[in-house]
Design a protein. Structure first.
Lengths: 283, 520
């Protein structure tokens, strides 16, 4: 489905954006990852929380969280995929950004910084999920569940910016051919502005250096990463400018794929207005 | 002079008589007449003040339940001299919520509809405080302040909290609400924040009308008392508005300036984060665009414009730079704007990490302004212009672009413009990015100040082949030429709507100032 991907995400014009996150919660996510020996599941949960926090932050203005986005999270581990956030008022039970914020738990993090009274400064952050690692990897099931939800959503918002699916995984589905076919079907759902975009964040235990937004799979170190690259969509031209403004290292032909890198970056493509950034002076 | 009353009709305790819009109107008319001076001066052909009253009750259907008539037309006059606006459940209120936010939004809408005819205006909100924490009330009050600021005439918003127990006199600082109940304190803080700063800079400083205020820098036009009739604040505010109108300099004899502001399509003025204002009879014109993804950006943009209106930024033109290094001068200049913005943030209500962390991260806004010089028509007008960010000052001569700063290439507009921020520490960067220059306005020239979407649109037109069609510069200028007519706001609105529909103008807030030499 060709598309322009030009539609402005707007709460007031009833043109919300849609973000569906798929979180791998299979047993293989319990393997250690990175230099600090945390598990892949910890990294994946952090990636989802960071991405959701980024979405909420973009929508927050003053005392309110405006409903620019409809958001869902599907976990897959054990025997089947399941919804991790349910009961929202948006189509298909997705949560509005305001509902998403209201569901957050508040986490207090001590920072290595004096608060002015001799105590450590405490930062309060939003958190939705903790790490889970159990059973198989029914990724194809998650893709199918996502497709069913998105069919409902695009019927309600046929002219919105197309949905974005962000899949966070170590790339080891139970049945790769079925998962690939389900991904293909998912990517055919769309709005008048273009087909849904599937972006992938690969968390690998290999400890290899991060790779962001590659244009080919040549530099990717293993077959799992290459497979996830192949089912990742190219970043549309209209999003490349926003990504470059956010100082993401994208080029023409970059795919929405990162390897051992922060998934929160992938939602920076969804910027909805003028951003305050000190680094704007460096250009 | 106009006094715009926004009145909470909630019954108070038995010892406090109910508020009657007609009594209040008579009191307001008295305020306006007293502030105009006594005796012969008042009677010397001065026009009768206009009093408009918007009344509400938190809780919705109270009017009908109480058997109070609801005017079918909310702006219908109820007597020859006082127009009473009563909002019913369907009184311009799509959500069916009927409280202070809706009333203030209606007052703002009424003011904008007057298209400048209301003259100097004092808006007074009288409330028992019950609805002071209503969702949206601060945005609505912000919209009312935008509507007051948009006109060339002075305008203020004053809040009177009517309570038996809490006393907050004129000129008290924020937080001085000891002895109040939690509800009273919350109401007082909210209303205080929504009031115009009484130390506002302008043609006539507040302190010159009310010497007590010289020691209360930044205090607001707010009072808590049991009785409105003896309110110092209302009397002071009325005399300030009237005095400011009297002392206002005559219109700039050389340059005619028209200013326009429109929110994004689908949004209302309450959501608008662009600010534009004209000071000293059009000798000083500036605009600011608050960052859409930051919190309290419109408040920051307003604080910057107020600061620039009262004290134009230091001149950093390398040719005439003197004194401290530019970064130091800018730091000092900005500090007052930040001090003006900080009390606008309701920190005590930001209890969730999302809202608190976002506000703590601070806000950002662009700033662009022009200060005209000269008073001799034969010598023409000179100007000093300054800008930082992607709000532009564009000069067009003989139908072609002469100069546009800080951006002249339409491809340079993006999502992360350079911004003046509420957080300190960026002064060195500002000093590098700041543009400060001087020029001359010749007959036939256009000097346009525009926020990013419209600036990009205009600059793109400057690079378009004039024969290419409807978005070419001569066509746009022909459209803009009509903006000096009485129906200017409508024409501008139609122009923006058409360009948005054609895809030649991004759907963003739009602020525009059009400055031209007056004709012979």
């Amino acid at each position: 489905m060709p598309g322009t991907y030009q539609q402005q995400i707007s709460a007031s014009k009833n043109l919300p954006g849609c973000l569906l996150m798929l979180l791998d919660q299979s047993a293989s996510m319990g393997e250690e990852y990175g230099a600090d020996k945390r598990t892949k599941a910890v990294a994946a949960a952090r990636a989802v929380n960071t991405a959701l926090e980024e979405i909420v932050d973009q929508c927050t203005s003053g005392e309110s969280v405006r409903n620019y986005f409809h958001v869902g999270v599907i976990g897959y581990g054990g025997a089947a995929a399941r919804e991790l956030l349910t009961g929202g008022t948006a189509p298909a039970g997705l949560l509005t950004s305001g509902e998403l914020e209201a569901r957050a738990q508040i986490e207090e993090i001590e920072k290595e910084e004096d608060d002015g009274t001799g105590k450590l400064k405490v930062e309060r952050r939003s958190k939705w999920f903790g790490p889970v690692a159990e059973g198989g990897t029914p990724m194809e099931d998650a893709f199918r569940m996502a497709a069913e939800k998105l069919k409902v959503w695009v019927a309600a918002f046929p002219n919105s910016f197309p949905p974005i699916i962000l899949n966070i995984s170590d790339g080891e589905p139970n049945r790769p051919p079925e998962a690939e076919a389900a991904a293909r079907a998912l990517r055919q759902i769309g709005t008048s502005d273009g087909a849904a975009l599937l972006f992938n964040c690969h968390i690998s235990a290999s400890g290899s250096a991060p790779i962001k937004y590659p244009t080919s799979d040549l530099a990717l170190p293993d077959a799992h990463a290459q497979w996830l690259f192949q089912i990742s969509d190219e970043i549309p031209e209209s999003m490349l400018k926003k990504a470059r403004d956010a100082r993401l290292e994208v080029v023409q032909g970059s795919r929405g794929f990162v390897y051992n890198a922060a998934a929160g970056q992938l939602v920076k493509f969804l910027r909805i207005g003028t951003v305050v950034s000190a680094s704007s002076f460096d250009r | 002079m106009t006094i715009l009353l926004v009145v909470d009709l909630t019954p108070g305790p038995a010892s406090m008589p109910p508020l009657d819009p007609l009594d209040l109107s008579a009191w307001a008319r008295g305020l306006a007449c007293d502030s105009a001076g006594a005796g012969p001066e008042r009677d010397a052909g001065r026009p009768e003040p206009t009093v408009v009253c918007v009344s509400y009750r938190p809780g919705g259907m109270a009017h009908q339940e109480a058997g109070v008539p609801v005017a079918p037309n909310p702006l219908a006059p109820s007597d020859g001299r006082c127009r009473t606006v009563r909002l019913g459940p369907s009184g311009g209120n799509p959500e069916g919520v009927f409280g202070p936010a809706a009333a203030m939004a209606a007052a703002a809408a009424w003011l904008l509809e007057q298209d400048g005819d209301a003259g100097p205006t004092l808006a007074i909100h009288l409330t028992r405080g019950d609805g002071a924490a209503e969702a949206g009330i601060e945005r609505a009050a912000g919209a009312l302040r935008v509507a007051l600021d948009l006109r060339a005439a002075p305008g203020w918003l004053c809040h009177l909290l009517l309570t038996e127990t809490l006393r907050v006199p004129l000129g008290a600082a924020a937080g001085g609400f000891e002895g109040a109940t939690a509800a009273e304190s919350a109401a007082a803080r909210s209303l205080y924040r929504m009031s115009s700063p009484s130390g506002a800079e302008g043609p006539q400083s507040a302190a010159s009308v009310e010497p007590r205020l010289s020691s209360f820098s930044g205090a607001r036009c707010f009072e808590a008392a049991p009785d409105f009739a003896s309110s110092d604040t209302a009397r002071f505010a009325a005399s300030w508005v009237a005095g400011a109108a009297t002392a206002a300099p005559a219109e700039n004899p050389l340059v005619q300036t028209s200013v326009f502001l429109l929110p994004k399509e689908g949004e209302v003025f309450l959501d608008c984060q662009d600010v534009i204002s004209s000071w000293h009879g059009g000798r000083l014109v500036m605009l600011s665009d608050g960052a859409g993804t930051a919190s309290y950006s419109a408040e920051w943009a307003r604080a910057l414009c107020r600061r620039a209106g009262g004290h134009p930024p230091p001149c950093l033109d390398p040719g005439v730079l003197s004194g401290d290094p530019p970064a130091e001068q800018l730091k000092r200049w900005l500090a007052q704007a930040v001090a003006d913005w900080e009390p606008e943030v309701p920190w005590e209500r930001l209890t969730r990490p999302a809202t608190y962390n976002k506000a703590r991260a601070g806000s950002g806004a662009t700033l662009a302004g022009v200060e005209f010089t000269g008073s001799d028509p034969a010598a023409g007008a000179g100007f000093r212009a300054w800008a930082l960010g992607d709000s532009c000052v564009i000069q067009i001569r003989a139908g072609a672009l002469l100069c546009s700063l800080p951006i002249s290439d339409p491809g340079e507009f993006g999502y992360e413009p350079k911004l003046l921020m509420t957080r300190p520490g960026y002064e060195e960067k500002y000093a590098v990015a700041w543009r400060d220059w001087r020029g001359a306005l010749e007959p036939g020239d256009w000097l346009l100040l525009a926020t990013d979407a419209l600036a990009e649109h205009l600059l793109r037109a400057c690079t378009t082949n004039p024969l290419a069609g409807g978005d070419a510069l001569p066509v746009i200028l022909a459209d803009l030429a009509g903006l000096s007519t009485p129906a200017a706001a409508g024409r501008f609105s139609a122009y923006v709507a058409a360009q948005r529909a054609a895809g030649t103008l991004r759907n963003d807030d739009v602020a525009l100032a059009v400055c031209r030499l007056r004709g012979p």
